[in-house]
Design a protein around this ligand. Sequence first.
Ligand code: NAD
Length: 500
Amino acid sequence: MTEIAHYINGQQVASTSGRNQEVFNPATGSSEKTVALASVEEVNAGVAAAKAAWPAWSKTPALRRARILDKFKNILWERADQLAEAISAEHGKTHDDAVGEVTRGLEVVEFATSAPSFLKGEFSENVGSGVDSHMIRQSLGVVAGITPFNFPAMVPMWMFPIALACGNTFVLKPSERDPSTSILIAEWLTEAGLPEGVFNVIQGDKVAVDALLEHPDVKAVSFVGSTPIAQYIHQTGIANGKRVQALGGAKNHMVIMPDADLDMAASALMGAAFGSAGERCMAISVAVPVTDAVADALIDKLVPQIEALKIGPSTDKTSELGPVVTAQHRDKIKGYIDGGEAAGAKVVVDGRNFKQDKQGYENGYFLGGTLLDNVTEDMTCYKEEIFGPVLSMVRKNSYQEAVDLIHGHEYANGTAVFTRDGDVARNFSQDIEVGMVGINVPIPVPMAFHSFGGWKASIFGDHHMHGMEGVRFYTRIKTTTTRWPSGARVDPEFKMPTLG
Ligand code: NAD
């Protein structure tokens, strides 16, 4: 079995930790690779490489840094299919979905190439007589990214393009479930001209994460993953004096008002609930039809579409719903459906017993799409993030009841309302306590030049990711005040200086 290695100082480095973990192909259920699980010493080596590279990289003109990222972007465009195949082989998502992931990541690289523009400082002439003042943004040093399995290319690309463009050096700790894309990315960055040590990958688990959180040379940590771990990363990172942004889990509601275009809403629900097998932090997992009539009409439209989903591996380009990531995760999803049914939810479409009969894929971790109706707030399948191809319907009788439902949930990543009523749309957008809002848009993921992030238990830390929030997170401000002799006062000044 080949072992997926670390990437330190511009090359792959085989692990000596003696620890590893199998990496599975979710479509076949087989494993041909393992991934190294780093020791503390290996993490220290990655951080040391990044620390050594930082002085020169941070002093490299922003335009030169941007040109390297631009070359990397061109490589990504050319090899998007190759990267997508690597993603699908370990994550399971369909090919088109994986290409979409690469494209959304690539857009952050595109944004990062405008670093010379977004790193421009501010200058104030004559803030006092003969005194000028200017502000610049400087890099932090070594920064770390710890990323989840569900977007092995895009989520790291929410982080490192901007971190590098700002002059930081980077250590990535990818998910141990789909680690190969991180090595391709590292190799392509090197090919684009990135100097040794500027971008490093340390494969691993909690041992590696804790070593990064405790390392005095790591100045900031970006995390995306589940809420309990996000909270842990935030608390531990802050306690160790680091800047931390930690994005967590989600339960995203879509409100369907009686005046909505129901064909549009049903089609939006199909993509948003079952795309990527529901393993997206912006998946819609709860449909909230306002009135029973809307609920019944939606069910009539959804059922035939869910039953017709093309469930298959990424190697079949017509597949719409791929497998989920591991056998354990498949069983956990089934457990949520069992629990919902036992608590009184109606299983309108049941994906639990789906059997994949395509030759070679019989042991893959496939599930059919599931629709649960009459789900209520007290059910575990409502309260917790399922992260699978399961759409729960919680019926409400008014707009206000739907809003109250959303406000009662601990997560607040994304949400959407489907309506033709401008007042409803405006009120929803203004008043809803959720970080990312869609009006007739089911998955309102902000573009790279805006910023991504939820509220409440979906985020810990003050900065959202990418866009100008990313620039703020990865830089610190320095303000210099300058006086020249021609304007200098002669006498010492003992009171607080004021303009007078
Ligand atoms: P996860 O929390 O299990 O793992 C994320 C990372 O944390 C991995 O690199 C993993 O190695 C590490 N990790 C896991 N357990 C740890 C521990 N005990 N101590 C230290 N580090 C640990 O998440 P996942 O299952 O890989 O990803 C799915 C989750 O990510 C979902 O909850 C999803 O909503 C969330 N997610 C959120 C966003 C967002 O933007 N809010 C985006 C994508 C995914």
